[in-house]
Design a protein around this ligand. Structure first.
Ligand code: AMP
Length: 217
């Protein structure tokens, strides 16, 4: 099994869910840049760069590449030094990032350990999923809701559901435009050229997507 598993996919494709499943099952580090950035919200004395990033995030825009490297590379080092692999969840969202990560993996002699898995989902479905989901304020579980009868508490821990600040319709539209299938294409091309790109159908159930992922890794 490869040590560096990169999940790609438009927002709402379920790449985070799949990344968590794999990380738990194989005791790999789960590195979600969205989660690492959201964790900054509770940090005191933010740097100017971090403050800007949080504002960009709220608007549905990508944050600065340098901050992503700062957050993720040291975590990758930590897991690898500990003998573990890593699952990267949403950590690569433009070609500049894909190149910089690859350079990092080459320096660490990990480039032969990379596999990229696209959880494929049409943009229209991405939009629907983001607009109709809630996140548990206590445990972070993301749950799809039925707009006709929206649940208010988490089925896992009974925590209160909230709508993520960037899951409101105007921002969702921007996220799908700026992080959906159009901007994803050149990133996929990059990994295809390296011969490490695999694709699973993200419209299937979580269990079926997981089965397909397991076959690939
Ligand atoms: P996510 O939870 O993965 O949907 O990410 C939430 C937000 O964090 C995104 O809409 C971006 O604003 C920001 N973000 C996450 N990962 C990255 C990345 N690799 N590059 C730039 N911005 C990111």
């Amino acid at each position: 099994m490869k040590k560096i598993i990169i999940f790609l996919g438009p927002p709402g494709s379920g790449k985070g869910t799949q990344a968590k499943i794999i990380a738990e099952k194989y005791n790999y580090g789960h590195l979600s840049t969205g989660d690492l950035l959201r964790a900054l919200q509770t940090k005191k004395n933010l740097t100017a760069e971090e403050t800007t990033a949080l504002a960009e995030m709220k608007r549905g825009r990508l944050v600065a590449d340098e901050l992503i490297y700062e957050l993720v590379f040291k975590e990758i080092d930590r897991y690898i030094a500990n003998g573990q692999g890593v699952v990267l969840d949403g950590a690569i969202r433009n070609v500049a990032q894909a190149k910089e990560y690859q350079k990092f993996f080459e320096q660490k002699k990990l480039d032969s350990e990379v596999i990229a898995i696209e959880v494929a989902l049409p943009d229209a479905e991405s939009f629907n999923r983001l607009a109709n989901r809630r996140v548990c304020s206590a445990c972070g579980e993301i749950v799809p809701i039925d707009p006709a009868a929206p649940a208010t508490t988490c089925p896992k821990c009974s925590g209160e559901f909230v709508t993520r600040a960037d899951d409101v319709p105007a921002v969702v539209e921007k996220r799908v435009r700026e992080q959906g299938n159009v901007p994803l294409q050149p990133i996929k091309d990059f990994y295809k050229k390296l011969g490490v790109l695999k694709v699973v159908d993200g419209t299937q159930t979580i269990q079926k997507v997981d089965q397909d992922v397991q076959k690939l890794i």
